[in-house]
Write a protein that binds this ligand. Sequence first.
Ligand code: GAR
Length: 193
Amino acid sequence: MRSPLPLGILGSGKGSNFRAIANAIDAGTLHAEVRVVVSDVADAGILAFARERGVRAEYLPPGRFKTRLEPEAEDRLVALLKEAGAEWVVLAGYMRMVKAPLLDAFPRRIINIHPSLLPSFPGLEAWKQALAAGASETGCTVHYVDSGMDTGEVIAQSAVPVLPGDSPETLHARIQQAEHALYPAVLREIAER
Ligand code: GAR
């Protein structure tokens, strides 16, 4: 039997996508192993959940920039992921741009989930962008990460309707339900290759 796909997970928030991935691993529907969870936010829920599960959880001080890691921090991140044995890097609500050190260390091995049907609504709070644009449909996208913002090659998408009366919160919750099915499914496909 093949060894489980070794994942390094990066996140800045509550970590519901990481939970969905962990649940799929527990359920035996995803043959993967989370080697380390890294966050740029010291009190992020994703780190607390990793610790609860007994998964190695690391806070990485990001440095002085808001939208990316300081170069030294990104070098440390690469070292951490390599040392933990991660072969795929899974961005799960990671709110910074990824730069050359990480991209070069994991070529075509970094994936992200974004809460819209890319190329529509890249960037922050994509569900609010969809509401503001009056879209009747939005969704989520899993894509390879490149040096642009949400521009890498699309792997899979899942659509959800925008319903009359949706608030940003109700729409994001509906998109997240779709995310929690899509991300484990994409990882399963990668693990079975
Ligand atoms: C998810 O909706 C994800 O698509 C989004 O952040 C949320 C994280 O939720 N990511 C982005 O907007 C990236 N540009 P989670 O912490 O509960 O997984």
